[in-house]
Write a new protein. Structure first.
Length: 294
């Protein structure tokens, strides 16, 4: 028997599911797909079925091989290989090769497994840009990809669960809080979650530890000015970018002694020497030796 797939997807004709086979029973307690869910999938009303729903359907229909793979391929998780919610940097990141390598090694290491990495540094040092680069580099190591949540606009730590849920596409219901739904949504996902600008919401740290405890395949990357100060935290200090040592500018006597200067007219040579000396005094690069007054 062919398995049903979400309607309207252009995948050919599939025979409807035999609904009684999918009822939860004493003989098959692992199957718990409601008739309403099955009907919604068949009629195309539910175009984003969860992977666990399709797995239950495949198990009930005893699908194997290509048919099982075909059915499971129609799941649409909220998170894909692209980084959900992440801004696109306008330019490449330069000068952070060592920090990128270290952060990526931490997040992808199996032994010991470190699932909470905090990028710590002063404001404006480039923590967000570094986090974006790290997440883009390692996201393929996470089967559910990566998600980016900007917490800068928030002023109340109690809004953090709902904000994360909204980025992940988790819709709140009256029966569960945003916190509970977030835990349920992430429990089985292999995901890298980036929380950007966490320093003013440190009271939300218990949420981070709760997610890590309840979701064993979840890793969290945090950018912050202050450490979270929890046992599971690994800290990576982000220093300011190093500036190249300024070359020592030549003094006026050195400039005057250059062949190109000596070859010029006397007034031009003196003007060039004065300009070079002034440039050296103010820390600016001196004018090229070939540039002299006419």
């Amino acid at each position: 028997m062919k398995a049903v797939v979400p309607g309207g997807r252009g995948v050919g004709k599939y025979k409807p599911l035999h609904k009684p086979d999918l009822q939860k029973s004493d003989n098959n307690p692992s199957t718990s797909v409601s008739l309403a869910t099955i009907g919604a999938i068949e009629e195309g009303q539910r175009r984003r079925p969860y992977l666990h729903t399709l797995r239950a359907l495949a198990d009930s229909l005893e699908l194997t091989g290509p048919e099982r793979v075909a059915l499971l391929s129609f799941h649409v998780d909220v998170v894909h290989s692209e980084e959900v919610g992440a801004p696109v940097p306008p330019t490449p990141l330069v000068g952070r090769e060592s920090e990128i390598a270290e952060a990526c090694a931490v997040l992808t290491s199996a032994t010991p497994a470190i699932r909470l990495l905090a990028l710590i540094g002063p404001g404006g040092v480039g923590k967000t840009r570094l986090a974006l680069e790290v997440a883009a580099t390692v996201r393929d190591a996470f089967s559910d990809g990566a998600a980016f949540v900007d917490l800068a606009p928030l002023c109340d730590h109690r809004l953090v669960p709902a904000t994360i849920a909204r980025v992940l596409g988790v819709h709140e219901s009256g029966r569960q809080s945003a916190r509970e739904m977030l835990v349920a949504h992430l429990r089985q996902r292999h995901l890298l979650l980036t929380l950007d600008n966490f320093e003013h919401l440190l009271s939300a740290t218990p949420l981070v530890t709760e997610l890590l405890a309840a979701c064993p395949r979840l890793s969290i990357l945090v950018t912050t000015r202050s450490a979270l100060r929890v046992r599971s935290e690994r800290r990576l200090v982000v220093p300011p970018l190093a500036t190249p040592a300024a070359a020592k500018a030549p003094d006026a006597a050195q400039v005057a002694g250059r062949p190109a200067t000596r070859a010029g007219a006397g007034g031009g040579a003196r003007a060039f020497a004065v300009a070079a000396g002034a440039a050296a005094a103010f820390g600016a690069p001196s004018p090229p030796a070939e540039q002299r007054a006419g």
